[in-house]
Design a protein around this ligand. Sequence first.
Ligand SMILES: Cc1ncc(COP(=O)(O)O)c(C=O)c1O
Ligand SMILES: N[C@@H](CCCC[NH3+])C(=O)O
Length: 443
Amino acid sequence: MYLHGTMTINEAGHLEIGGVDTVDLAKKYDTPLFVYDTALIKERARAFKQAFEAEGVSYQVAYASKAFSCIAMYQLAASLDLSIDVVSGGELYTALKAGVEPGKIHFHGNNKSHGELEMAIKAGIGCIVADNFYELELLEELAANMEQTVSVLLRLTPGVEAHTHEFIATGQEDSKFGFDIASGQADKAAQIAERSKFIDLLGVHSHIGSQIFETEGFVLAIEKVFNQLQAWQEEFDFVPRVLNFGGGFGIRYVEGDKPLEPETYIREIVKETKKHADRLGLAIPEIWIEPGRSLVGDAATTLYTIGSTKDIPNVRRYLSVDGGMSDNLRPALYDAKYEGLLANRAHDKAEETFSVAGKCCESGDMLVWDMPLPEVQHGDVLAMFCTGAYGYSMANNYNRIPRPAVVFAEDGADQLVIQRESYEDLTKLDLAYQANVKETSDV
Ligand SMILES: Cc1ncc(COP(=O)(O)O)c(C=O)c1O
Ligand SMILES: N[C@@H](CCCC[NH3+])C(=O)O
């Protein structure tokens, strides 16, 4: 049984998170419910920051907010002195609304629109991570019109294949993200940025993928980035002030997953950066990272109520929960694996195996194919672990299922940070059908 963070089992045999009984939470807020162990998020943020401090280098740890974005999460991240990485106007808007200092926001994305870039420049955000030539054109035009200088990192595609699911690997040459180093795109982008009066090229960015359990990929990417920097040093005396090596640090979802400690990733990244900077005679630039999953992934647990069950003799025992691919797309999208337990009978021995089905009208809506559990009853509360990253943030309204509520739990207290969507919310953007639309539009 993988109890982690502040999880314990209380005298009633109930799972507790942050000192709060999850069965009580399920009653109070209904299910499905995301419960975040905020003490664990704080511990992870501290571990990344302390690892940099131990190395004595300048750094920024930017929370990759695509992993879980909401006002309270941005406020929590800001209180931990994290910078924020956003990838859309919506994330940027939410971060600003949460009161994040604009200078601490970095803007990513492979197709930022004119409107999004304008919004970012107007807000005075800290840095735009330019991804492609069209974006450089837009930036140049916008910054010139607004007579403002924009700080930019160029996103480089280092040609490194991280050992992870192919849909979440991003550093390989054949990727929609970034300027490819091997084909000379990165070189051309640097020339454009250097020539521009309005672009202040701070440095470069690379991100090799997500859910990575080793440091080799980072080591290789750093080497490729520095080879590129060496060329720019020779061509136009370029001195990077910032190097951003992205996120991707893995977490344990299931037995057998073996993530490294934050300090191991950071020690290696700093060591390689120092080595190559020395080789080129450069001062060590500020090092930035962008963890998403490793800050929030194992901090959340989803509580579901078990409804119908179906036994097919000698084949499989299904149990259905009141959520599914509408609140966790990862099993359907990446064949992601999860563990869990019965929150209301956490001490009961897991002697049976169940297949946990979601409630969407889709055979592929299976959350876990083989979960060891005790004999289940309707109304039991199933706790599924490690759903904090890319769970709520990829939640959707397939089958018009309202998105769950989210609570933070710490020190025996819980707070609602995202309300459960209501049926009314689901229809609030809908407009009535007009039978006589032609007549109306002709007037
Ligand atoms: C550019 C960039 N930075 C950071 C992240 C965060 O990754 P993770 O959640 O794996 O740390 C991602 C997602 O893969 C990304 O694309
Ligand atoms: N959504 C993915 C990760 C994508 C990372 C963003 N580039 C996941 O759940 O694992």
